[in-house]
Write a new protein. Structure first.
Ligand SMILES: [Zn+2]
Lengths: 494, 483
């Protein structure tokens, strides 16, 4: 679809802000808009919101040179350049490195740290012509489900500014929802892309473990981490995926060949022939009734579109949050031991010896949730407890994998709510870590089994709060997820 | 007091790969501080390790050379400890699935027999950086991360060594073997071979056996210091036992450092707290499968392992153990010897020539046999000339030096210099006659039964012929004429 020129020329900033990445791409190709105009529109939206009494607080930095990047892209296009993302503005979570720019993971311990190199995903996006708008706010080191654990302050949900945007990629999701960015990179270790997508009413994709290189993403849980996308359309997810997933990265031994770079344009598909499993636990009475209502509507749509759905039982799913909160903190405690004040980042002043320097630096540098997870991680890895916790969790993880492999013999996709609740209030769970951890009940299984998962904006509560629906597929079956979501979007969006 | 010394060694060896263990930085020694580093070996946020397959190959080669079993599947683990020279706060190492297990090497024991030292395991890990403390009194430390990520092998032995000199011989044997397979230069001065030893005593009293506390000795930077440190430690432990009768079960293990200048060991860490390294499998690296084919291919590349070569030299060639050890000090030397001796009826003679003349030449010039201008085939042609009676063994020594200096062939040199042995019996007979006439006393002595006199007369014949007379012919003629 393309817009008539006269209509575009009448567009004001606000209209530009509402376009999807793919619509912008077509408008840029048609010469109906420039990349500079797009960037200015987003800058204006951000500045306007910053003066709000309760700002979204999605950006921790809007790049001063964003317009300059856009000008270069416009010049490149004028000179015949045709990168797949040429001139398209994208926000980047503050844990994905762009060479020469600050990367702080929203932590005091990395204040002033400039990335000496770019993440592989950034390099690929840059090579395709993308323009980076700024760094998106997040939970410190991606640990959190509400974006309240940031040294830059909490992110507010654009749909209700007293509620959380979800975490940890809350900044990324809120920016897309608040039309301060058309698309954002996030990262997802236990639901950190999908949960905020659900809370903010946008699309969120966590690709399979191995689809995208992790090189340059500051590690949290190395066996679970994946860069993911927050977008306003399914087409946009596919567009950026085709650029970012271009083959194995020799710098990441866990990256795999997917062939997604060769995928053609998305087609709406008939769902007849698809069997979709619904894990019983994730639609139980423990889930908020309004969330269940939205999910039921989605389920009815699946069936009306030709899919067969059935509730299935995967008992081991009950253990996912428990095993996740052993494995992820264990890996995190290890990954974060490099932040010691010796080489980079913040070093505490006034320590009388080396041990005191370590202690003070980490005491001052890390926030409460990060400290909590380091303590849990060190505990479950320590000798005497390793077998009872870490080793057992890995055993259960292997069992879960087997069980899920068997489930995917019988069904093509799993569907569930993305979160058991709609967006909760700021401060509601921040002092109750266990309640906060239970928010991840629907999302952690995909990370533990390396599966791709997507959250789509399924509907709203009676208060108008967004409610997401999650689709999970076999590893490297991203296309099935995207096509199913695309079919839904064609009938519901707009 | 009757006691037995019990020693086990942990040897760390830097592998000579082109690049580091998990990144592409050059794996060389020294350099401007922090000039050979990248985000990966500096452990910068977001960086990921990628296993250097050359390290895996080197570890397998070393394992084969040490008679180890090579694992079908191996993996890396993270070992956590906090130190400024360890940039990630953990070292990528191997915990419960080391690449090699269960080898052994044989060394000469202190009582002259052969000692079999069992090797528990050989595993791969990355080296750390270096702290530099300026000695000008300022309270500042510098860090050089160049060494970070250098591939290491850790070789752990059973406590099978029974004397300090055995420990030194064991480490020397490891050096020989790893040099012979070309995986490390094992240079103790540059730190490419480092050794820690665990030592204690088994004291026999009243028909009972008591184990004294184990001391782990560090900072031994040469073979001599291994011997000296451990000899000191034996004396110290005997004294300690006599004074305190402290037992292993009670006192556990301590760490002591060797002070080379004073020749003593000093306590570094009392009763070792069970250090908790919080090992867990490295999630950034996949487990590694090692195929039978890969092992076989590397076995072929190892060729004759030094121990096997020595067994063959001693058993088949009648070469002494000491000479066999010397011939296998490097793979190149052993290759040279074997090529030169191929098909020769008396390999021992070739070994003697190599260990005397060739070694002397190499030592004087501080070069290796692979840098010698004489290859094994040219060398063999020289020996063949001696065998054919064209030159004497004595002349051959001079000719060898000429060959090595000029790169010319032996035959060319002896022709050029007129060194060809006189095989002509007339010419020799003439010289013999002259010598008898000129030395009537010695001739008479011989005739009167003084056998020794013939040696003097032989010397005169050789002098007269400028060393070119065929000695066998000359002595035969002398005896005949003096009958
Ligand atoms: Zn490096």
């Amino acid at each position: 679809m393309s817009f008539p020129v006269f209509w575009i020329s009448m567009m004001n900033d606000r209209r530009l802000n509402g376009l999807t990445l793919s619509e912008m791409r077509r408008a840029l190709q048609a010469g109906e808009v420039s990349s500079v105009e797009l960037v200015e529109a987003f800058r204006n939206a951000w500045e306007e919101d910053s003066s709000n009494e309760k700002p979204v607080n999605g950006y921790v930095e809007f790049f001063a040179d964003a317009a300059q990047q856009a000008r270069k892209a416009d010049e490149a296009r004028a000179a015949g350049g045709h990168g797949k993302l040429l001139g398209l503005p994208i926000a980047v979570k503050d844990n994905i490195q762009i060479a020469g720019r600050l990367t702080t993971c929203a932590s005091n311990i990395l204040q002033g740290y400039r990335a000496p190199y770019s993440a592989t995903v950034i390099e690929r996006l840059e090579a395709a012509g993308a323009v980076f708008l700024g760094r998106a706010n997040m939970d410190e080191f991606a640990m959190g489900s509400s974006c309240e654990y940031s040294c830059y302050g909490a992110v507010r949900n654009p749909h209700d500014r007293d509620r959380t945007a979800g975490g940890s990629s809350g900044g990324s999701a809120a920016l897309v929802a608040a039309k301060q960015a058309p698309f954002a990179l996030g990262s997802d270790t236990g639901g950190s892309v999908r949960l905020p997508a659900s809370f903010c009413g946008v699309y969120g994709l966590k690709p399979s473990y191995g689809t995208l290189s992790r090189y340059g993403l500051v590690a949290f849980g190395s066996s679970l981490d994946q860069i993911g996308f927050l977008a306003r359309s399914v087409e946009d997810l596919q567009l950026v995926l085709s650029v970012a997933a271009a083959g194995v990265d020799p710098r990441d031994q866990t990256s795999e060949k997917t062939g997604f770079e060769n995928a053609g344009p998305l087609r709406a598909r008939s769902l007849s022939g698809l069997t979709i499993g619904i894990p019983g636990q994730l639609v139980s009475e423990a889930v908020d009734p309004q969330v269940l209502q939205v999910f039921d509507e989605f389920r009815r749509w699946l069936e009306s579109a030709g899919a067969k759905t059935r509730v299935i039982s995967i008992p081991v799913l009950d253990a996912c949050v428990a095993m996740y909160y052993i494995i992820a903190p264990a890996e995190a405690s290890s990954n974060l031991s490099r932040f010691d004040g010796v080489k980079y980042g913040r070093r505490a002043a006034g320590a009388e010896n080396l041990d005191a320097m370590y202690e003070k630096t980490r005491e001052e540098g890390f926030g409460p949730e990060v400290k909590r997870r380091i303590l849990i991680g060190n505990y479950v890895l320590s000798s005497g407890y390793y077998d009872a916790y870490y080793k057992k969790a890995q055993g259960v993880r292997a069992l879960l994998q087997q069980r899920m492999d068997a489930v995917f013999e019988e069904v093509d996709l799993l569907a569930s709510p993305t979160s058991p609740t709609p967006p909760f209030r700021l401060g509601e769970k921040v002092d109750d870590p266990l309640a906060m951890y239970l928010t991840d009940i629907c999302t952690t299984p995909a990370n533990l089994t390396k599966s791709p998962a997507l959250s789509l904006p399924g509907g709203r509560t009676s208060d108008g709060l967004p409610v997401g629906v999650q689709l999970t597929g076999r590893r490297f079956c991203e296309m099935t997820l995207l096509e199913t979501a695309y079919s839904w979007e064609r009938e519901h969006a707009g | 007091m009757k006691y037995e010394v019990v020693i086990g060694c942990e040897v760390h060896v830097q592998l000579q790969t082109r690049s580091k263990a998990f990144c592409r930085c050059p794996n060389t020694f020294g350099g401007e501080p922090n000039s050979r580093v990248c985000p990966v070996c500096m452990g910068l946020p977001g960086s990921l390790p990628v296993t250097n397959s050359a390290m895996i190959e080197a570890a397998i080669l070393a394992g084969l050379a040490l008679d180890c079993d090579i694992a079908g599947v191996t993996k890396f683990d993270r070992k956590h400890y906090v130190y400024p020279d360890l940039p990630k706060g953990y070292q990528i190492s191997q915990f419960d699935m080391p690449i090699c297990t269960g080898g052994h090497i044989d060394i000469p024991a202190s009582d002259g027999s052969l000692r079999r030292v069992r090797i528990i395991r050989v595993h791969m890990e990355e080296d750390a950086g270096k702290n530099i403390h300026p000695d000008d009194g300022r309270s500042v430390s510098y860090l050089d991360y160049n060494r970070c990520g250098t591939p290491l092998l850790e070789i752990v032995s059973e406590p099978d060594l029974r004397a300090p000199q055995e420990a030194s011989a064991y480490v020397q044997a490891i050096r020989e073997i790893l040099r012979a397979v070309g995986v490390s230069d094992c240079n103790m001065e540059e730190g490419s071979l480092r050794c820690d030893a665990n030592i204690n005593l088994w004291v026999y009293e009243d028909g009972k056996k008591y184990a004294t506390p184990i001391a782990e000795i560090k900072n031994m930077n040469s073979f001599r210091s291994i011997r000296n440190a451990l000899e000191y430690e034996v004396k110290r432990q005997v004294r300690e036992w006599e004074q305190s009768r402290l037992l292993l079960e009670v006192a556990g293990k301590t760490t002591r450092g060797y002070l080379e200048a004073k020749g003593i060991t000093v306590l570094q860490r009392a009763k070792e707290e069970a250090s908790d390294y919080r090992y867990f499998p490295e999630p950034d690296l996949k487990p590694i499968s090692i195929s039978r084919e890969m092992i076989d291919a590397l076995k072929a590349r190892v060729g004759a392992l030094p121990a096997e070569r020595r067994r063959r030299y001693i058993g088949e060639y009648g070469i002494t153990e000491q000479d066999a050890l010397n011939l296998t000090s490097s793979a190149a030397m052993a290759d040279f010897f074997e090529a030169a001796a191929a098909g020769h009826p008396e390999p021992k003679r070739i070994s003697n020539f190599i260990l005397a003349e060739v070694k002397k030449y190499l030592n004087q010039r501080s070069i290796g046999v692979d840098e010698l201008a004489v290859d094994a085939r040219a060398f063999r042609r020289l020996i063949d000339l001696v065998d054919a009676g064209k030159i004497s063994g004595k002349i051959a020594k001079e000719v060898f030096v000429d060959m090595a200096d000029t790169g010319k062939d032996a035959l060319a040199i002896i022709e050029e210099k007129g060194l060809i042995q006189i095989d002509n019996s007339d010419a020799i007979a003439q010289a013999v006659d002259e010598v008898i006439v000129e030395n009537p006393d010695s001739a008479a002595d011989y005739k009167n039964g003084k056998e020794k006199a013939i040696g003097f007369l032989m010397g005169q014949v050789m002098k007269k012929t400028k060393g070119k007379a065929n000695p066998a012919m000359a002595i035969q003629l002398l005896r005949a004429k003096l009958k």
